[in-house]
Ligand binder design. Structure first.
Ligand code: FE2
Length: 206
């Protein structure tokens, strides 16, 4: 059986490879550069115990089944790594996905799961300047307007999903699309019938 480190590294590499053809988009090159500085083969990993809340299992599977053929390699790498992934609901701001005091809404609090692949703590691989997470939202979830000190890049594995950036109107994004949000710009997310995101956050946290 392949190890947790081998399979999670392969998943990160599949995401990295998928981003290579999107380098011209804002933020993608920055994400790739930061991934380049991580030497995953020699870096020590600190896997958390594999975990997924039972009531999310079916929906997460449905989400991955909706990943389009253009991202087949990512979906396959996901299934191989899946037994080793630790999924947790973000129910407060301590992980830095949103700022303290933000009202992100009950829909988000009960409808999200995050698996931290790279980050400053409680992540499979540790890094002080890159967050890389798999991010899942249940169907019909609203993640209300919030702002982050870090810039964020969302790489949507499924869709369509809606995002509202700053003062703009809602825009629907298809699966296999990338969105870049600069630091401190408020943004909101809504999910329709089909769930799941993958997102990464790039940037310094103060
Ligand atoms: Fe955000």
């Amino acid at each position: 059986m392949r190890s947790a480190k081998v399979t999670v590294t392969a998943l990160i590499r599949a995401i990295y490879d998928a981003l290579q053809s999107r380098k011209q988009l804002d933020g993608v090159q920055q994400t790739i550069s930061r991934l380049d500085t991580l030497d995953l083969d020699s870096q020590r990993c600190s896997p958390l115990p594999p975990k997924i809340p039972l009531h999310f299992e079916g929906e997460l599977k449905a989400a991955v089944d909706h990943i389009p053929a253009s991202l087949k390699t990512v979906a396959e790498a996901f299934w191989v790594a899946a037994p080793y992934l630790s999924w947790n609901a973000e129910t407060d701001s301590s992980a830095g996905y949103y700022e303290a005091g933000e009202d992100v809404g009950q829909s988000f609090l009960g409808g999200n799961l995050v698996c931290r692949l790279v980050g400053p703590s409680e992540s499979f691989f540790l890094s002080q300047d890159l967050f890389l997470s798999l991010f899942f939202l249940k169907p019909r979830t609203l993640y209300r307007d919030h702002a982050d000190r870090a810039s964020e890049m969302y790489f949507n594995l499924t869709g369509p999903c809606g995002l509202r950036l700053g003062d703009e109107d809602w825009v629907d994004y298809p699966p296999d699309s990338v969105i870049w949000n600069p630091p401190s710009r408020p943004h909101a997310t809504r999910v329709y019938r089909k769930p799941f995101f993958e997102r990464r956050i790039v940037g310094e946290r103060s």
